[in-house]
Design a protein around this ligand. Structure first.
Ligand code: NAD
Length: 388
């Protein structure tokens, strides 16, 4: 099969948990080079995934005429700059979210993408999650969404321990949700209102130009056993809900089954049991796996050698007992990461325009983040017209 040649810049957390294993098995991708300023990280990835080349200098990647596309997964402080450099060097880009923290940087990427005529895809991978693609097709056949509730929660605040900037969750996490709601509604946001109960514990309401309204419950104060994400969508007649990418339920649609279940995401050569359990047991399996992991984490809390609070308890548990070598459940549900990078490769090979989020979508999500933060700080409804 014809394959597009890719390189990856940044071999840290998301690269190890998603992009490296995905790029090395995607049907339409040949992964030629891994680059990281940290030589050990680049070497380890090269060895584990048998990647032909490794380097610590991204310019070596960008000057390689064989490389057609780069995945950029560094951090928000470098992603916009590297994307612009890559586009100027004639490479298509898949850049992780957030495209940048400031709107100006996002605008610069959009300008560079337009000038280059190349693809610049942003890592809003949820658009390719199988459960969401199915949910969208069901609700679109019913006139599209009129009312959506999205819940995104984390035990992040506990791990974060208050050290991250107050706007961190909005810019880094809720940006995903603004994007996916724009995708589900096929519409732009007209106005935003955000109220805060305490830090990292907010409700955001959105009015879309389509007439749809949406609310987002965003909290960093949940426990690990609580599923991280859920969407409920009301259509013209019926409705759908998706529990953490695992179980889609339809209501009021005689032509659809009431329940669809989705297998989890897996890594090559490491097929974790929960991957299959999610497909078989759906939401019930998800609750049980999460509950089990949470219980293990509590055990580490109380049985820890010096009795101190272990912030990243369940992770510490797996590091200590790495016989399981299992990723967090967060990376075990299928949020469309593999599908999103492979889709870019298919588009490069066929010349078709990617259906995933592009630089302009990265910019729009960023603008909504800043509008929501403004509303949170002023207590007022913010109209997007004032931001664009
Ligand atoms: N889409 C998702 O589901 C998802 C999930 C997690 C993280 N992310 C995003 O992915 C990005 C990376 O996050 P992470 O957790 O992997 O970060 P990380 O800090 O774990 O990894 C970043 C890596 O990039 C390397 N790096 C930094 N600057 C570089 C440069 N100029 N050239 C080459 N290498 C460089 C670092 O050495 C590090 O190894 C962030 O923007 C984050 O928000 C997305």
């Amino acid at each position: 099969m014809n394959k597009a040649t890719f390189a990856i810049i940044g071999a840290g957390g998301i690269a190890k948990s998603q992009h490296l294993p995905n790029l090395s098995r995607a049907a339409h991708i040949h992964l030629k080079t891994v680059c990281d300023i940290n030589k050990d990280a680049a070497s380890a990835a090269q060895k584990l995934y048998d990647i032909p080349k490794m380097t610590t200098n991204h310019r070596e990647v960008l000057s390689d005429p064989e490389v057609q596309a780069v995945v950029i997964a560094t951090k928000e402080d470098a992603q916009a700059k590297l994307t612009i450099e890559a586009l100027q060097a004639g490479k298509h880009v898949y850049v992780e979210k957030p495209l940048a923290v400031t709107t100006e940087e996002c605008e610069a990427v959009v300008a560079a993408q337009e000038k280059s005529g190349l693809f610049a895809v942003v890592g809003f991978n949820r658009r390719m999650a199988p459960a969401y693609l199915e949910a969208k097709s069901v609700i679109d056949a019913d006139g599209g969404p009129t009312n959506i509730h999205y819940r995104i929660t984390d035990d992040f605040f506990f791990r974060d321990n208050g050290t991250k900037p107050p706007d961190f969750r909005m810019i880094h996490e809720v940006c995903h949700i603004f994007d996916i709601l724009r995708w589900f509604t096929d519409s732009d946001v007209e106005s935003v209102y955000c109220v805060e109960a305490r830090r990292n514990d907010v409700i955001i309401t959105l009015r879309f130009k389509s007439g749809c309204v949406a609310s987002i419950t965003d909290s960093g104060h949940a426990t690990y056993d609580y599923p991280k994400e859920r969407i409920d969508i009301i259509g013209d007649y019926g409705s759908v809900s998706v529990e953490e990418f695992t179980e889609l339920r339809t209501f009021g649609y005689p032509d659809y089954d009431p329940v669809y279940r989705f297998e989890g995401h897996s890594h090559p050569g490491r097929e974790y049991a929960p991957h299959y359990m999610l497909g078989l047991g759906g939401a019930e399996a998800l609750y049980n796996i999460r509950r089990g992991l949470w219980k293990l984490s509590r055990q580490v809390h109380t049985d820890g050698p010096s009795g101190e609070v272990v912030a990243d308890a369940e992770l510490a548990y797996y590091k200590k007992h790495h016989y399981i070598n299992m990723p967090a459940i967060n990376y075990m549900v299928n949020k469309g990461w593999l599908e999103a990078v492979d889709h870019l490769a298919e588009c490069i090979l066929s010349g078709k325009t990617p259906q995933t989020a592009c630089a302009e979508d990265g910019l729009k999500a960023n603008q909504i983040c800043h509008a929501a933060l403004k509303s949170q700080n002023t207590g007022e409804v913010v109209r997007m017209a004032d931001f664009t």
